[in-house]
Each structure stands twice: as C-alpha cells, then as structure tokens.
Write a protein that binds this ligand. Structure first.
Ligand code: GTP
Ligand code: MG
Length: 207
C-alpha cells in the first residue's frame, strides 16, 4: 500500500459535522500523549498532517483525514487500484487536567461516534509500550469489545525500550487487558517501525 494523497477534511463534536462523504474509517484512540497524532503522520508520511504536541490534551475534536491509497497485492505484486478512506484522530482519554465536565462531553461525543459511524472498520487502541495499561485503558478496551467494535492494540513508542523489555511489556499489556490471544503491534513513529504491518491491515479492509 502506498499513500498517495492525504488531507485534513473535518473536525467534529457532533454528528452533523462528520464529513459528508462516506468512506471506510480507521480510528485511533488512546490516552493523551500516547502518540495517536504522531502515528497518523508516520503512517501517511505527511509531516504535520495531524497536530502533535508534547503537552497532553492537544487533540480536542474528532479529526478526519482523507487518504488515498494505491493498493498492490503483497504476493503477486499486482496493482489493485486506488481507494479513498479516512483516518480518524480522537482526543485522548484519561488526562487529569482535562476538567471533569469536558471529559464527560468528550466521552459522550466519542461514544456516539464509535457507535453510529456507518463505515467504521476498526479501532486502533494505542497503549504506551513502556507502561502497564491504566484503568482507563482497560475500561476503553472492554467498552469496545462489549460494543463489538473490532480493536487492534498498538504498543506505541517502541523506540524507547530495548528488545527484551519489549516482549515482556507486550505480555504485560495482554495480561492487563485480560486477553490471551490478541495480537499487539509494536509501533514507533520516530522509526516508522510497524508502519508496513499496519498498512497491510488497512489494505485488507480496503480491497
Ligand atoms: P493528544 O492529542 O494529547 O491526545 O496526544 P496524542 O496521543 O495525539 O500524542 P502526540 O502524537 O501528540 O504525541 C505526544 C508526544 O509523544 C509528542 O512529544 C511526540 O513527539 C511523542 N511521540 C509520539 N510517538 C512517539 C514515538 O513513536 N516515539 C517517541 N520517542 N516519541 C513519540
Ligand atoms: Mg493528538
């Protein structure tokens, strides 16, 4: 998969602000500062597409990015045409400085979005590879599972730990989420590690 084009298309806090065009959607969710916006920039190779900040709480709305992918069968190398889709960046959850009221409002519009979006394909839930998932991560994961939203767990900032710690920490994430079998994709937006794996998963939902 090659991303040939990408642009910011809309920000929304309610339904009538979602983009008009219906396209398959891949969504990024996770705690503030976990690296959602950075991952979108790394995946698309478009610097500055999503706003990144070292201060948690940067993304405050549901942000839609419209991408065009040129598809190619990984086995035969055969061209499979172009497909448009959305990457969707969400505000982070679990950030203490975001006031209680605001968090409530966010939760409401994020839940509404996740439950009603007609073309949502799967949610990438990002968890920092360095830390045990927190209660808010586990709650989010369980909420997604309960509501039958397909989830891919991505362990972010993989460049920040060594190879040994990595396997150990991934096992700890699996344990904390209470699932034995789930595959967890390590990702580094600094090194673009995990990028081609994630693009392969996206290809599957587009062909
Ligand atoms: P909110 O919008 O506040 O919810 O945060 P976010 O999840 O979008 O995080 P963002 O992408 O803005 O990144 C937060 C910080 O982590 C920034 O300082 C990034 O440079 C850094 N960061 C993100 N991904 C990586 C990564 O893979 N490796 C390293 N070393 N740093 C990263
Ligand atoms: Mg962000």
């Amino acid at each position: 998969v090659v991303i040939t084009q990408g642009k910011y298309i809309a920000s929304a806090v309610k339904k009538d602000q979602y983009p008009e065009r219906e396209l398959p959607e891949v969504v990024f969710i996770g705690r503030s500062n976990v690296g959602k916006s950075s991952l979108i920039n790394s995946l698309t190779r478009i610097r500055g597409l999503a706003r990144v900040s070292s201060q948690p709480g940067k993304t405050q709305t549901i942000n839609f990015f419209e991408l065009t992918a040129k598809l190619r069968d990984p086995e035969s190398g055969e061209e499979q045409g172009r497909k448009d889709f959305y990457l969707v960046d969400l505000p982070g959850y679990g950030y203490a400085k975001t006031g209680k009221e605001r968090r409530k409002i966010w939760k409401k519009f994020i839940d509404e979005y996740l439950l009603t979006s007609p073309q949502l394909q799967f949610v990438c839930q990002l968890i920092d590879i360095r830390h045990e998932p927190m209660a808010s991560d586990v709650e989010m994961f369980q909420w997604l599972v309960e509501h039958h939203v397909p989830v891919l767990i991505i362990a972010t900032k993989a460049d920040k730990i060594g190879k040994n710690a990595r396997q150990k920490n991934i096992a700890a994430i699996r344990r904390a989420l209470g699932v034995k079998e789930i595959s967890i994709l390590p990702y580094s937006s600094v090194k673009n590690e995990g990028r081609s794996d994630l693009l392969d998963v996206i290809r599957e939902i587009l062909v």
